[in-house]
Design a protein around this ligand. Structure first.
Ligand code: ADP
Ligand code: ZN
Length: 292
């Protein structure tokens, strides 16, 4: 069997095909330009194979509601060329196979629970802190979709007392993403996050915002694990700062697992999304066979 995966990101699309053991046969990275241009490459990539199912984890927002007329579309993205793009329908025109369809971060959460840092558990939240902040949620071994999908990178946060940065989220200004994604750190301090020293005040402020999100995730979902990905989280000194702030905010209201085991870096790194997409493709095929 051959399974296909597309991790559709704002800067690049990663396409891969694997066998049923997740052994990657080929992988390709395609720049995200216009749908026309990018998707030509995507179609050409998969045309070389007889894929049995495809899993897609896409940047969004996307429509994940099967009852909706625009199911399978990328919807309100700031990437204007991709607004209202019928991603799934265009794929189906070329490859008439079962599809898994979810957000990039849900796919990564699914990869991490099946093969990574949350292995052996039935729920997890995956949060990536990079150019934006996104969070994917798996409960009962299923990615979460409601009328839509979680957008837990945009939680509303309290402001740090020494922080006057206005925030850069185009929708909410000072939401979590607006205050704590890589570009917010850069705008606040006039220097790329990776160039700030380990002891810079930036990290205490960063931990202050991230811990609030994690407390809210814990109070709402009570996941088995919270897993971090994304460029900003390469700053390992953030973890103890986040634990300290988390403890302060939670104030012993809930007894969580020990924080070093509960709030952890991802295991699969750049492979989390693709792994999740391949597994979603396998699930989609299995579901399809059940219905036949
Ligand atoms: P993307 O979100 O575009 O997929 P990244 O996760 O690498 O890619 O996020 C890019 C952002 O993360 C940039 O704002 C960059 O400044 C920041 N970043 C990348 N590497 C590091 C690092 N080692 N330490 C701190 N910040 C980083
Ligand atoms: Zn926002």
């Amino acid at each position: 069997m051959i399974f296909g995966a597309i991790e559709a990101g704002g800067t690049k699309f990663v396409c891969a095909v694997s066998d049923e053991n997740l052994q990657i046969l080929e992988r390709s990275s395609i720049p995200t330009t216009t749908p026309q241009e990018t998707m030509e490459h995507v179609f050409a990539f998969f045309k070389k194979y007889e894929v049995d199912a495809i899993g897609i984890g896409s940047f969004g927002p996307i429509d994940v509601n099967p009852k909706s007329e625009t199911y399978g579309y990328i919807t309100k993205t700031p990437k204007l060329a991709w607004q209202d793009y019928p991603f799934l329908a265009e794929m189906k025109k070329h490859f008439d196979v079962p599809y898994g369809w979810t957000t990039d971060v849900n796919a990564a959460a699914y990869g991490e629970i099946r093969k990574g840092a949350a292995f052996g558990n039935s729920s997890c939240i995956y949060i990536t802190v990079g150019t934006g902040i996104g969070a994917g949620i798996v409960i009962d071994n299923k990615v979460i979709h409601g009328f839509g999908h979680p957008e837990a990178g945009h939680l509303l946060v309290r402001r740090h007392s020494e922080d006057s940065y206005e925030g850069n989220c185009p929708f909410h200004h000072d939401c979590l993403e607006g205050m704590a994604a890589g570009p917010a750190i850069e705008n606040r301090f006039g220097e790329k996050a990776q160039n700030l020293g380990e002891t810079h005040q930036a990290w205490e402020i960063e931990a202050f915002y991230l811990a609030q999100a994690l407390v809210n995730y814990t109070l709402t979902v009570s996941p088995d694990k919270i897993i971090f990905g994304g460029g900003v989280m390469k700053q390992k000194q953030l973890y103890p700062l986040i634990y300290k702030e988390f403890d302060k905010l939670m104030n012993n209201y809930i007894v969580t697992p020990p924080l070093e085991n509960y709030i952890v870096p991802c295991d699969l790194g750049d492979n989390a999304g693709i792994t999740g997409c391949l597994l979603l493709a396998m699930d989609a095929l299995e579901e399809d066979l059940k219905q036949k």
